[in-house]
Ligand binder design. Structure first.
Ligand code: G6P
Ligand code: MG
Length: 220
């Protein structure tokens, strides 16, 4: 039996809100314009990766055809487009069940963190108006190595003052599930098994995750 859970660490994009879709739409728009092959399936591999790593993954072998300045400009254009979409969000864009789960965990005295590779996490949380429900936020501005590096989750646990074995992570990315495991944490995967199959438990959506089940998650 695992140790009792003291903290839940949520990924943001694709877990608490559907910004994963907005990231996809921005990359698709830009890659169509540039004539670079891209689609939803290729986008799956980008979940949890930083902006720069996402671009490198999309370009693949073509990466060396672009200068550092050109890549910075592509990343800037992607982010401008993403922000124009994301800054239209309201609290109604929290995914079903997400607000209820956060409130229930708080009611039970469980500590809550968001750990995201995004450098826009704070702005998105402000749009959703859930910043006051969190004890800790760690994002791509704090931690240079994005998932699957465990650093973002270890940093969240450290700031919460909770050992990794007493943290549970909720993630929608293959890279995020790998990062949580590398951090020595239990992890619930949100989405298809092809993506989050390495998680200790898999759920189609956060609405399907009762607080009891999350807090009593055994180790695999
Ligand atoms: C999240 C998303 C990724 C995104 C990354 C960087 O982790 O899952 O798809 O590329 O954040 O986001 P940013 O907002 O900094 O471009
Ligand atoms: Mg995500």
């Amino acid at each position: 039996m695992s140790q009792p859970t003291q903290a839940v660490i949520f990924d943001l994009d694709g877990v608490l809100t559907d910004t994963a879709e907005l990231h996809y739409q921005s990359w698709q728009w830009l890659m169509d314009e540039m004539g670079i092959p891209f689609d939803r399936q290729r986008n799956e591999a980008l979940r949890g990766l930083s902006r720069t790593e996402s671009l490198e993954t999309i370009l693949g072998d073509k990466s060396s055809e672009f200068t550092a300045e050109q890549k910075a400009e592509i990343a800037r254009r992607k982010n401008d487009d993403y922000l124009s979409r994301a800054m239209k969000m309201t609290p109604a864009d929290l995914l079903p069940g997400a607000g209820e789960l956060l409130n229930e965990l708080r009611r039970r005295g469980i500590l809550i963190a968001v750990a995201s590779s995004s450098r826009n996490a704070e702005a998105v949380l402000d749009r959703l108006q859930i910043r006051p429900l969190l004890d800790v936020l760690v994002d791509g501005n704090d931690v240079p190595n994005s998932k699957p590096n465990p650093r973002v989750f270890l940093e969240a646990a450290e700031r919460l003052g909770v050992p990794p074995a007493r943290c549970v992570v909720v993630e929608d990315a293959a890279s995020g599930v790998a990062a949580a495991r590398a951090a020595g944490m239990r992890v619930v995967g949100i989405g298809p098994a092809e993506r989050v199959g390495r998680a200790h438990r898999i759920k189609p959506a956060i609405a399907d995750l009762p607080a009891d089940e999350l807090l009593e998650l055994p180790e695999a």
